[in-house]
Design a protein around this ligand. Structure first.
Ligand SMILES: [Zn+2]
Length: 453
């Protein structure tokens, strides 16, 4: 694939050509889940978006040339609180949620990241980074706490376009008597007696959340790497703090070269937030919605735009997938996808543009031969759609009552009537329509029986 990849870089707020630091070894870090509760549909958006970016990068540079690291935050205030509320051990809670999270990723048919490191496995690296920051005078200890001194880092606020004065005036910063200045953020804090803790030069405690991504990206991708991604809510302060920690600890002029953020999902145009009770968990969809329907819905808006989530969107996507299965045939991936087909994805992950291409390929496949059909299925497979056989799709439709038995019986009655009227053409049309729905009919002993093909 000769085509260049373009991405909107939040460091410049411009669409830029993607030029890797080393095309043999591309690094992408995406902030993963905090495993205190099952992921919701808002968490699924970055999972799908960065999975597509991972696929696009692999298509251009080669399958084994891209290192995609997505961390798991398994120590955090919310986790401690949730384990107390549920009266279970933290390890039990986090193991359960990690297991459910991995199942959700399979349900969405995502490629596994190259690494999925857990924060609690990297406490030593975090402590090392704090020691280095204190030594270089970017951090200070106060009463068993360690803080990063924001005013020591000149480029603080460059990613989020925030000025230090605004930060100081803002109410988002946590006030503490241990801090020198209100904008300073925590690197290490003491744990209460019933909280998990690790030994450190500053006493028993645990790391601040921002630090884990600096420590784990360094370990798996190095001091400077290509792409850092996440939801737009992470841009400030989390990503700003990651840059400050990493650049100061590593003595580098940059950290990640491209910063990519996806916009929120809204529910009927209201931001989905816990406070409004608008939470839809991924696992809640599993009962009735196939993963590829959810995936198509999540791809339906460009990642920089908010995506409004509603019943109609899911219904439309369900109908689209159902229609697309009409031309399904099993493929192997020996046919390469052309520049033209992939081009919207190379242009800043334009997923709606790619879906438009899929519709065009479908139209062609409907009128065309097996090669046209194979090309269409392959283009769907590229983004993890039409990944199950038609038989499985029909089974899914059956179990999820997408095939209504009353409708089938009504059509069989209509066919019977047509045959009695000697209107065999109409009877054949009805048989073909049923076949399209995956219903096979058989006339036996004057009766018509039906089954799923
Ligand atoms: Zn992070």
């Amino acid at each position: 694939m000769n085509k260049d990849i373009y991405l909107t870089n939040n460091l410049s707020n411009k669409k830029e050509k993607f030029v890797p630091l080393d095309k043999e070894n591309i690094g992408m870090y995406v902030c993963g889940p905090t495993v205190y509760d099952n992921p919701h549909i808002g968490n699924a958006r970055p999972l799908v978006i960065f999975d597509i970016l991972f696929k696009v990068l692999k298509s251009k540079y080669g399958k084994d040339k891209v290192n995609y690291v997505r961390n798991i935050t398994d120590i955090d205030d919310k986790i401690i609180k949730s384990s107390k509320e549920k009266n279970i051990l933290i390890s039990e809670l986090t193991n359960n949620v990690i297991n459910d999270f991995n199942n959700d990723c399979n349900y969405l048919n995502l490629d596994n990241p190259t690494q999925q490191p857990k924060a609690t496995d990297h406490i030593d690296q975090m402590i090392e980074m704090i020691i280095s920051l204190i030594k270089k005078n970017f951090a200070y200890e106060a009463n068993s706490h360690v803080y990063f001194e924001v005013s020591k880092f000149d480029d603080y606020g460059k990613l989020s376009n925030k000025k230090l004065e605004d930060l100081i005036a803002g109410s988002r910063v946590e006030i503490s008597e241990n801090k020198k200045k209100s904008e300073d953020f925590i690197l290490w804090k003491p744990s209460k007696d019933d909280e998990p803790s690790w030994d450190s030069p500053w006493g028993k405690g645990r790391p601040g959340w921002h630090l884990e991504c600096s420590a784990m990206s360094k370990k798996y991708l190095g001091d400077v790497f290509d792409i850092h991604g996440g939801g737009i809510d992470l841009l400030f302060p989390h990503h700003e703090n990651e840059i400050a920690q990493s650049r100061c600890a590593n003595d580098t002029k940059s950290f990640a070269k491209y910063w990519i953020h996806n916009a929120f999902i809204t529910m009927s145009n209201e931001k989905m937030a816990k406070s409004t009770g608008n939470i839809l968990k991924i696992k809640d969809f599993k009962e009735n919605v196939d993963g590829q329907i959810l995936k198509l819905a999540l791809m339906s808006a460009h990642y920089k735009q908010p995506l409004d989530w509603n019943e109609k969107l899911l219904e439309d996507c369900k109908n689209t997938i159902d229609k697309w299965y009409e031309v399904y045939l099993p493929v192997n991936d020996s046919i390469a996808l052309s520049n033209d087909i992939l081009s919207p994805l190379y242009d800043d992950l334009n997923t709606p543009g790619y879906i438009a291409n899929l519709h065009q390929l479908y139209d062609k496949a409907l009128k065309g031969n097996d090669n046209d059909k194979a090309l269409f299925v392959l283009a769907c497979n590229f983004v993890g759609i039409l990944n199950k056989t038609k038989k499985k799709w029909i089974e899914f439709k059956k179990t999820k009552s997408l095939i209504n038995e009353d409708d089938v019986l009504e059509m069989i009655a209509l066919r019977k009537k047509a045959r009695e009227d000697k209107n065999y053409k109409e009877a054949d049309i009805i048989r073909a329509k049923l076949l399209d729905k995956g219903v096979l009919i058989e006339d036996k002993d004057g009766k018509t029986i039906w089954k799923l093909k």
